[in-house]
Design a protein around this ligand. Structure first.
Ligand code: S3P
Length: 440
């Protein structure tokens, strides 16, 4: 990968603000799930407004290798109908004749493991150097218990060599981690198992897969931390329009809150309560954000947000809140540098096994900018407000670190250079273009 750096200068010194209307890129988690479930479906599917970022393209490429005809158009993905498998009520896949490359995408690798576990062939799932360091035991264990055979490097890392089993057994699984990727991997495998599978999490994680399956007529039940799904159903194709990604919108929410005199309207963003913990925390910090035009589409709430520049108080975030704002913690760390008092985030060790060690990445780069930061094993302490100064920063080739540091750079005095900035293509390819449109 040839990644380019990016340079930013202070909006505050230039007396500029964030102003206008912003339509966030389509939701990454929802696009992945739409690709997976239409690939399993027997009838034609149409996924409008898909996110065509590197991560979602990894999911598309893997299913193409499994023989699923997916046409990529700018405004939609069309997945043609398929033939029923001889071993399940889902689409029949071809045995892949090369490795299934999941790129940088944890969602692709973990969800695909669940599908590969139920096939009557062997497949090998690989990833880039970051994904090859991320833990996979969390899906290997339950899928093995269901009857798949999985070999992994040091029992925990990609490449994953999966010998599928078309006669998977249902399980009752108590997951040690709150992870929607793990939950979804087991849910997908459970669709192929005859009987009832239950997954319990220590804290509830995002519930897009459950909402999708319910909307598509699969028998599924969930309460706070437990989900039960019945195998033996089938999928007949889907037709949906993907809403805007709240996690991508979070960077611009932060910019509008922190740059004086800003006013930003964010249109058609997904507001699933298992994704919007960041909004709850911001309200407690004193942020002026209003929700407008709340509606529902394909079992998911969405609406508009009006964000005004605000002076913020410190926050305190505990383990139970983490899954609902897991991807927003890097940008929350930037907000904390500008909030009055000591902010503390704890119970967030999962951040250490994301695309980079996000606790270490944010602590080291914010310190370089002059922030008062203390790294903890399971989180971070940040005191504010402090003046940030521009300098050379490392994105660790992690899209959410790169975008969080870019927002910090808008507040910092002087110039900031961020390495490998092209990694934003993982989730938000037009980040710079959209940001520039909003600077007034
Ligand atoms: C995702 C779940 C989260 C999140 C990731 C996308 C998903 O990971 O961090 O960006 O689409 O299911 P975990 O649930 O494993 O924490």
């Amino acid at each position: 990968m040839n990644l380019k750096p990016a340079q930013f200068s202070s909006l505050i010194s230039a007396k500029k603000k964030i102003k206008g209307e912003f339509v966030p890129p389509p939701d990454k988690s929802i696009t992945h799930r739409a690709i997976f479930l239409s690939s399993l479906s027997l009838k034609k599917s149409c996924i409008k407004n898909p996110l065509l970022s590197a991560d979602c393209l990894s999911s598309i490429d893997c299913f193409k290798k499994l023989g699923v005809p997916i046409e990529i158009h700018k405004q939609a993905l069309i997945v043609s109908s398929g033939k029923e498998s001889s071993t399940s009520k889902f689409r029949s896949f071809l045995k892949p004749n090369s490795k299934l490359d999941c790129g940088n995408s944890g969602t692709t690798m973990r969800l695909l493991s669940g599908v590969a576990a139920a096939q009557n062939f062997k497949s090998c799932l690989t990833g880039d150097s970051s994904l090859s360091k991320r833990p996979m035991k969390r899906v290997i264990e339950p899928l093995t218990k269901m009857g798949a055979l999985i070999q992994a490097f040091k029992d925990n890392y990609a490449p994953l060599r999966i010998k599928g089993n078309p006669n998977l057994k249902p399980i009752d699984w108590k997951s040690p981690v709150a992870s929607a990727q793990v939950k979804s991997s087991i849910l997908l495998a459970a669709l192929f198992a005859s009987g009832k599978t239950t997954i319990e999490e220590p804290v509830k994680s995002r519930d897009h897969t459950e909402r999708f399956l319910k909307a598509l007529g699969i028998k599924i039940m969930s309460n706070e931390r437990k989900v039960t799904v019945w195998g033996g159903g089938s999928l007949q194709g889907l037709d949906l329009k993907v809403p805007g990604d709240f996690s991508s919108a979070a960077f611009f929410i932060a910019a509008a809150l922190l740059v004086p005199d800003s006013f930003l309207v964010i249109k058609n963003v997904n507001l699933n309560p298992t994704r919007t913990g960041f909004l709850k925390v911001l309200k407690k910090m004193g942020a002026n954000i209003e929700i407008k035009n709340l509606k529902e589409r394909f079992n998911e709430p969405l609406g508009d947000l009006e964000v005004r520049a605000s002076s913020l108080k410190a926050c305190s975030i505990q383990r139970e809140e983490i899954p609902f704002l897991i991807d927003e913690i890097p940008i929350l760390a930037v907000l904390a540098t500008q909030a009055q008092g000591e902010s503390s985030i704890s119970g967030a060790e999962e951040l250490r096994v994301k695309e980079s060690d996000r606790i270490a990445s944010m602590a080291s780069e914010l310190k370089k900018m002059g922030a008062e930061v203390e790294e903890k094993k399971d989180g971070i302490l940040i005191s504010g407000p402090v003046f940030l100064k521009g300098t050379k920063l490392n994105s660790y080739q992690d899209h959410r670190i790169a975008m969080s540091l870019a927002i910090a750079a808008l507040l910092a005095e002087g110039e900031t250079k961020i390495t490998d900035f092209d990694c934003v293509n993982i989730s938000f390819p037009n980040f710079l273009k959209e940001l520039n449109k909003l600077i007034d």
